[in-house]
Ligand binder design. Structure first.
Ligand SMILES: [Fe+2]
Length: 300
């Protein structure tokens, strides 16, 4: 079912979530209003696309950049969801669905569990090139979609959605712990390669500043991925991350996600959360951050 499109995103209410008060939109799937994108909209896409592509060479995982090309993403114009879907369906059976913006958690998990990735149909304004507090088309499409062509990552995303539906039924603590996993992998993950650390997290690849910071700054910690450790770690929503977790490959993520999480939630219930910048004796430390410039207020 699709809804008639309106000129502005259809906000319904602000809701208190684990990310603070965020606008929650209608949960309906909408058709991408491609013909109503303005010259400014396509211009914003072109500017951000070209800028990030330059920044990401040698920083993002090769596969991420290769998949963008294979999907036919170019700076020329905002891609059509239909065109990307033709490629995605053939490779991993995923499809993109248009949405008005950030979704309530259960709706979001349900999409992922059914191999549907919700993409915000609208793009930021020219004056918002460098910062936007919520996901838009550029973040969702440029950042999230290319790796859905990787079969293992595609399965991980679906497993995450199934886990989310389950955690939602268990309670807020389970949900918060699972959200940290998404945050430190899908949004802000790094991957070790033969050529060094590379970015695969969407929150990083869609940010010029953080693409450099996460790899080159001495300030943040870079630690080996450990599922239960990640699920205890608080994070930043308003500044660059204090800690990045490094996976050895997408198989590692998939393997970590395969078991039933219920015993993990029980185990974690007795353990305190970990501040975003803390390094534990048990961590596999790739780089211990200097902490320079870190915000001192509370982490999420
Ligand atoms: Fe995202």
């Amino acid at each position: 079912m699709t809804n008639p499109i309106t000129a502005t995103p259809n906000r319904v209410e602000h809701q208190l979530t684990d990310k603070g008060y965020v606008p929650v939109y209608t949960t309906a799937v909408v058709e991408q209003p491609w013909s109503s994108y303005t010259g400014d909209d396509h211009g914003v896409w072109a500017t951000l696309f070209e800028r990030q592509q330059q920044v990401l060479v040698g920083r993002a995982s090769d596969e991420f950049l290769r998949n963008q090309r294979a999907m036919g993403m170019t700076p020329d114009r905002i891609p059509r969801f239909d065109d990307l879907n033709a490629v995605l369906r053939k490779t991993t059976g995923w499809e993109l669905v248009g949405v008005e913006g950030l979704l309530p958690e259960l709706t979001f998990f349900d999409h992922l569990a059914n191999r549907r990735f919700p993409v915000t149909w609208w793009i930021r304004k020219p004056e918002q090139l460098d910062y936007l507090s919520e996901p838009d088309l550029f973040h969702d499409l440029f950042g999230h979609v290319p790796l859905l062509m990787n079969p293992v990552f595609a399965d991980y995303m679906q497993a995450y959605g199934c886990g989310g539906v389950k955690a939602h039924g268990i309670g807020p603590d389970a949900l918060a712990q699972l959200t940290r996993l998404y945050w430190y992998t899908v949004e802000f993950g790094l991957i070790a390669t033969g050529e060094g650390l590379r970015i695969y997290g969407s929150g990083i690849v869609s940010s010029g500043g953080e693409s450099r910071y996460c790899l080159e700054s001495d300030a943040p910690n870079r630690l080996g991925f450990d599922l239960l450790r990640v699920m205890r770690t608080r994070y930043r929503i308003d500044t660059f991350q204090k800690t990045y977790f490094v996976i050895d490959g997408f198989e590692q993520l998939m393997a970590a996600t395969r078991p039933d999480f219920v015993p993990y939630y029980q185990q974690l219930a007795a353990q305190p959360s970990i501040p975003a910048g803390e390094v534990l004796d048990t961590d596999r430390v790739i780089h211990r951050g200097t902490g320079e410039g870190w915000a001192t207020d509370a982490d999420f």
